[in-house]
Design a protein around this ligand. Structure first.
Ligand code: NDP
Length: 332
């Protein structure tokens, strides 16, 4: 028996008369796309983009049946490239994984060697997937703020979508770095958890309700925004002169109905963050930090494991804006 005939389980999304349906299927290694490195996936992580792929969003995934999962961590079991050796534990996130390349919701992936980051020492695949793309993105957002000169003494930092996967890591990481963090969240019942992660204050989403004025009293020195849309436009009006806002998400909408005033009258910096198509070395740098000085023990302790049978329910919660904290998919 060659490795190509080896069977494995995957959570496959298929287009049916009843819409897009995800269910467990048995596949063979030969069903995977060609690639240099075959990885046995031990853990994956749930992200908003996986929910979009699972619901048939063609902007994320063009063709079905498809195995979502933009994150994967596990062990290399075959490699045609000297730089990535068999037996090495690796993290694979972003690029095309889980979009149009079968992803981490299957027990195996086959990908280019250039997508594989060596697992930081001291980490296992579960720990890596507690952070996943969300943790990587939060780290990139924070690094951009720091590169723009953000410092705790400048004042409070706001985090929107604070109970979400990216937001919750941003809250804990900024608090750990000494910032006074204001968590902005639509989930009143999540306020205690956000305080436990280090938020000094929790505001409801109505704090960023639409206001016609082009500028408002500056409340925050800097911010991490994970929601986009009107809340981001409102946030920009409330940033102190010279402050920066790292942005990564669009759950509140892809449009940004703002004016030039925050930028030309207060010198606000809008910092775009992409975690997907950036050089591997940039990803590796953030992973090393999260495995070291940027570790977030609160996030690690609060992450919950699920099996493939719970994927459908958990992914739907993302689309309903009801997901909170980190979910790790355990293939065992
Ligand atoms: P989550 O669903 O885990 O978190 C989003 C949070 O936003 C929710 O928990 C909720 O938090 C809040 N929210 C949901 N709906 C709305 C709404 N209509 N208006 C305002 N707030 C809302 O998603 P992730 O944290 O995984 O991702 C957040 C965003 O970042 C997504 O758009 C995702 O696509 C994007 N992303 C981008 C990446 C990049 O590379 N640029 C990488 C990773 C994610 P609360 O209830 O606390 O307000």
């Amino acid at each position: 028996m060659t490795i190509d005939t080896t069977e494995f389980r995957a959570w496959r999304v298929e287009e049916t008369d009843a819409g897009f349906v995800g269910r467990e299927r048995t596949l063979r290694i030969a069903d995977l796309p060609d690639g240099e490195v075959l990885v046995r996936v031990a853990h994956s992580s749930l992200n908003y983009k996986d929910a979009l792929s699972a619901s048939g969003n063609r902007g994320v995934t063009r063709q079905y049946p498809h195995t979502p999962g933009i994150d994967a961590a596990g062990e290399v079991v075959a490699s045609s490239v000297d730089a990535v050796t068999v037996g090495r534990p690796v993290i694979v996130t972003g690029y095309d994984l889980g979009m149009n390349t079968d992803g981490g919701f299957g027990e195996y992936i086959r990908v280019p060697a250039s997508w594989c980051v060596p697992m930081p020492s001291g980490w296992d695949s579960r720990t890596a997937m507690v952070y996943g793309t969300a943790g990587l993105t939060a780290g990139l957002c924070v690094r951009k703020l720091l590169r723009m000169g953000a410092a705790p003494e400048q004042g409070r930092v706001a985090v929107t979508g604070a109970s979400g996967a990216v937001g919750s890591v941003a809250v804990e990481l900024l608090a750990k770095l000494g910032f006074e963090v204001v968590a902005i969240s639509g989930k009143a019942d999540h306020a205690d958890q956000l305080r436990q992660l280090g938020a000094t204050e929790v505001m409801g989403r109505d704090a960023l309700a639409e206001d016609r004025k082009p500028l408002l009293k500056p409340e925050f020195a800097n911010a991490v925004d994970t929601v986009g849309g009107v809340p981001l436009a409102e946030l920009l009006k409330r940033i102190q002169p010279g402050g920066s806002v790292s942005i990564c998400g669009l759950v509140a909408g892809p449009q940004l109905p703002t004016s030039v005033f925050p930028f030309i009258l207060r010198g606000i910096n809008l910092l775009g963050v992409d975690s997907v198509d950036i050089p591997l070395a940039e990803k590796a740098e953030i992973w090393e930090k999260l495995a070291g000085p940027w570790a977030c023990p609160g996030i690690e302790a609060s992450a919950r494991d699920i099996g493939r049978s719970q994927l459908d329910e958990c992914l739907k919660a993302f689309l309903a804006g009801a997901s909170a904290g980190k979910r790790v998919l355990d293939h065992a």
